[in-house]
Design a protein around this ligand. Structure first.
Ligand SMILES: Cc1ncc(COP(=O)(O)O)c(C=O)c1O
Length: 479
């Protein structure tokens, strides 16, 4: 493709995206797709002859678009908000257009230095102290993996002599809450902790990790000949946004000299607001934190920030220095390949830079505040309605609810919850996800898409009552 052809098709594509965003509300949030039907509509083999961009776009419209979930739709209340401000789209496009690979500072000095700058801006925006340094990682899971590997290396003393170079004979153990994201378990396994050395700590009412039980589990493990190596706490659990008491967990971590990682992938965005920071008390005692601006904040995926308190340790664990990447500036500059799993990186900071500058900290804060207020307002409506229950503390922007018709309980209630959520999703008017907490199913209303206004939430609430009511009536008839 020549630059001139790119100009022509690129303008058309930008127009397409702008119109898509302008008219997104006219679309169903999602459509029921028969598994395999999209694949069946695509050619089995690649084309031998070149095809036109117009033909490619026509197939995109007719074959792929019907199978797209519209995450940016204001009536998308599923999973978590994965906002992509259009300014961030521009930054992402610019990064792709430049097509550079940051394998070293010299490979593109601006890439490294903008990333350092944006990460430090975010540090300030989150109210973190000056000791924290960080980098952009491809996901929260990757950040947690790096944190757990750092914890493992510190525990086994392979990068720092532990007790005069002694390697502990006792196997290390990772502790996390029953509400923690599944990535904690997975990354601990990848980091080499066997299932028998990953301990799931029960939660207190309200969902925060029970530090009394954590202490008891650690003592039990020590008595059995193992030792704590890492604790992962969560600020904003995936299912119900439960917040661990970071200060209390840090107290335990400090007692045993254990690495504390805080997964604030989702909840971190709320820390833009000073009034939310009491929920992060003790954060300065952690060793690493992940916050994902590609969720609620509005930076295009992939953009997860991993902060570490001791970046020298991180570099010792992750650093490489092959001859083909050595440059005269080594030692004077940051080599971001030493902060991540991949050697190369995209110019990802551009999308964060565009976002923060175009919205300003005030604009971002206003939107986060709006969503938090909307969540509280919805919770009040739900609580006032007979047969409906709010199941979580409204710590962030997610309201977990259940419709509990009289006489329906246990497995029948689970079935009812999943059925009305499914029916609502199939209507295409909104999208919710169901999840289990403490073994029971509930519906999660995850508020926070850029375009979601109060009237979208009111419409959702009417649809929720309607679908739940219809299903309950069918259950009553069948009884
Ligand atoms: C608290 C939390 N941690 C981690 C993740 C995983 O994020 P990623 O897909 O960036 O690995 C999620 C995703 O929902 C999450 O809610």
């Amino acid at each position: 493709m020549t630059p001139n052809e790119f100009r022509e098709h690129g303008h058309a594509l930008i127009d397409w995206i702008a119109t898509y965003r302008e008219t997104i509300e006219e679309r169903a949030v999602s459509r029921s797709i028969k598994p395999g039907s999209i694949r069946a509509a695509l050619p089995k083999a690649p084309p031998r002859q070149a095809e036109s961009v117009c033909d490619i776009m026509a197939d995109f419209d007719s074959i792929l678009l019907p199978g797209v979930m519209h995450w940016q739709h204001p009536s998308f209340f599923g999973f978590f908000p994965s906002n992509v401000e259009l300014s961030s789209v521009l930054g992402d496009l610019l990064s792709t257009g430049l097509g550079m690979v940051g394998i070293s500072w010299e490979a593109s000095p601006a890439l490294t230095e903008l990333e350092e700058t944006c990460v430090d801006w975010m540090r300030q925006m989150l109210g973190l102290g000056p000791a924290w340094r960080g980098a952009i990682q491809e996901s929260a899971s990757a950040s947690t993996l790096i944190a757990i590997v750092c914890a493992r290396e510190r525990y086994y003393g392979r990068t720092y002599p532990l007790g005069g170079g002694r390697q502990p004979a006792e196997p290390g153990v990772v502790y996390t809450s029953a509400r923690a994201h599944s990535s904690v378990n997975k990354t601990a396994m990848i980091a080499g902790f066997g299932v028998e050395h990953i301990r799931i700590v029960p939660t207190q009412p309200g969902g925060s990790l029970d530090t009394k039980i954590l202490r008891a589990m650690i003592e039990e493990d020590i008595a059995r000949g193992a030792r704590p190596a890492a604790i992962v706490a969560t600020t904003g659990a995936t299912a119900d946004t439960a917040m661990d008491d970071i200060d209390a967990v840090a107290e335990v971590a400090q007692e045993w000299g254990v690495w504390l990682h805080v997964d604030a992938a989702m909840g971190g965005a709320a820390m833009l607001l000073p009034e939310y920071r009491p929920g992060w008390e003790g954060i300065e005692r952690a060793d690493s934190i992940v916050v994902s601006p590609n969720k609620w904040l509005g930076a295009a995926f992939d953009s997860s920030l991993m902060f570490v308190r001791d970046h020298q340790h991180l570099i010792k664990v992750m650093g490489t220095n092959p001859s083909y990447l050595r440059t005269p500036t080594d030692g004077q500059v940051t080599q971001l390949r030493d902060w991540s799993i991949p050697t190369g990186r995209r110019f990802r900071a551009l999308k964060l830079w565009f976002l923060i500058r175009e919205q300003g900290v005030d604009g971002l804060s206003r939107r986060i505040r709006r969503d938090l207020a909307n969540a509280r307002r919805l919770a009040q409506l739900v609580e006032a309605e007979p047969e409906w229950r709010v199941l979580n503390n409204i710590t962030l922007q997610t309201v977990c609810v259940r419709h509990e018709p009289p006489g329906v309980s246990g497995a029948d209630l689970d079935e009812h919850t999943r059925a009305w959520v499914q029916a609502l999703n199939e209507s295409g008017k909104a999208y919710l996800t169901a999840a289990q907490v403490d073994g029971a199913w509930m519906a999660r209303v995850s508020i926070g898409v850029l375009g979601t206004q109060w009237h979208h939430i009111e419409a959702l609430w009417a649809d929720m009552r309607s679908h739940a009511g219809q299903h309950a009536a069918r259950l009553a008839l069948a009884a």
